[in-house]
Design a protein around this ligand. Structure first.
Ligand SMILES: Cc1cc2nc3c(=O)[nH]c(=O)nc-3n(C[C@H](O)[C@H](O)[C@H](O)COP(=O)(O)O)c2cc1C
Length: 385
């Protein structure tokens, strides 16, 4: 097949020091195969080495929990002590040696976490959660954050960033999308505060700005990128790109490295999992709105099956980076096979969202794939769509 992958395969200069060999990245995938204490296990390290060997310019490690009080899965990655940093160090060094930047995503789950492994309440900006989240009030409950809680969480982000730095990371990504804590502050759906952390889009962004500023002050050489939830897929009730657009100058002034656009929250996850014309249209329209509001480097991941699509969308949406999670999970060598004329050998992702459903399936131990022979889902696991 004839290729024109001029933009996709060109290097990207994040700054003088950090040059990505191409524009393709593996967007965060919380695969929950760490040890129970949150340290990266040999299985975890090998999973990511396989991705790195496949040729992308950057890998974002998913969901590193910033504090013992916020967890979702028992085997989720954590980054709140030196042992966590030590366990990640060999992977980040491996990435560096193989010209692949390994970014660590810092995560506070907020009300989308679970008290099961923490025995603490879930933190929320306001007492305005929907009925599904209220069900959690039966266990340790949901706690509306006081100003004191905010100070503690800011500190936890800085401590986690220090561990990422200790592990050798040059970039961290703040998870400010998909309904988790930072994005729950950004969204009018979950943030009804009347103090300086709520009331309008600028004030809703204050926690994110505080966290970025704190990290920058503590670690001036560490680059901070943001995974930004640009649309909750709730229409007028939720976050929309138009609400965020006027606030993006604040991120620019703080020297954010790049923004990865994402959409949907727990209540609307199906928008991101199932590829429909409507979900793609909404996402692409949102990215264009964000593009017109900032000159910060932009990336996004969502339903990109191959490099030709990546190239076309990168040009059409005028973004600098393009993420692929499920397609690269389905075939870790997708990039290498594509650029060496072996497209016919690629295991192609079905984009059915089943790998994501594995995360909350108590009868299986990890995330599987329906096409990658390395991670083949057990035959007895069948999901209804
Ligand atoms: C199994 C699975 C786990 C994921 N874990 C994370 C995560 O830890 N953090 C995150 O920000 N996004 C996570 N995502 C979302 C992806 O980063 C990405 O935005 C989404 O899958 C859409 O991209 P794709 O169509 O290329 O897969 C996950 C997705 C899947 C399928």
């Amino acid at each position: 097949m004839e290729h024109n992958l001029k933009k996709t395969l060109s290097p990207f200069h994040l700054n003088e020091e950090i040059i990505l060999k191409n524009r393709l990245y593996f967007s965060a995938m919380g695969i929950d195969i760490s040890y129970n204490d949150g340290r990266a296990s040999p299985e975890f390290i090998q999973f990511y080495k396989n991705i790195i060997n496949g040729g992308c310019g950057m890998v974002i490690l998913g969901n590193a929990s910033i504090h013992p009080s916020t967890r979702l899965q028992q085997r989720g990655l954590c980054l709140h002590n030196d042992a966590h940093a030590e366990a990640l160090y060999p992977l980040i060094s491996y990435g560096r040696k193989n010209c692949c930047e390994v970014v660590v995503q810092l995560q506070h789950y907020g009300t989308q976490g679970s008290s099961e492994y923490t025995n603490t309440p879930l933190l929320s900006p306001s007492d305005s959660i929907d009925s599904r989240r209220k069900e959690k009030k039966g266990d340790y409950g949901i706690r509306v954050m006081t100003l004191d809680d905010i100070i503690k969480v800011r500190h936890q982000f800085v401590e986690a960033a220090k561990r990422a730095h200790l592990a050798g990371a040059r970039i961290v990504q703040l998870q400010a999308s998909n309904g988790y804590l930072l994005s729950s502050f950004l969204s009018p759906y979950t943030n009804h505060r009347l103090d300086e952390y709520g009331g309008n889009p600028f004030r809703r962004m204050k926690l994110l700005i505080d966290v970025i500023s704190d990290i920058k002050q503590a670690l001036p050489n560490l680059k901070v990128s943001i995974r930004l939830g640009i649309d909750d897929c709730l229409g007028e009730r939720g976050q929309k790109p138009e609400l965020l657009a006027p606030c993006l100058d604040m991120l620019y002034s703080l020297g954010v490295a790049f923004i990865e656009c994402s959409m949907s929250i727990k209540e609307t996850f199906s928008w991101m999992l199932n590829s429909t014309c409507e979900s793609k249209r909404l996402f692409h329209r949102g990215i264009k709105t964000i593009r017109s509001a900032t000159c910060l480097p932009l990336g996004f991941a969502g339903f990109i099956p191959d490099l030709n699509d990546a190239e076309q969308l990168m040009c059409e949406l005028n973004v600098e980076l393009v993420g692929m999670t499920r397609a690269i999970f389905a075939d870790n060598e997708l990039i290498l096979k594509s650029i060496t004329g072996r497209e016919g050998e690629i295991y192609k992702c079905h984009f059915d969202g089943n790998c994501f459903r594995d995360k909350s399936n108590p009868s299986i131990d990890r995330v599987y794939c329906c096409v990658n022979p390395r991670y083949q889902r057990p035959k007895n696991i069948v999901y209804q769509r």
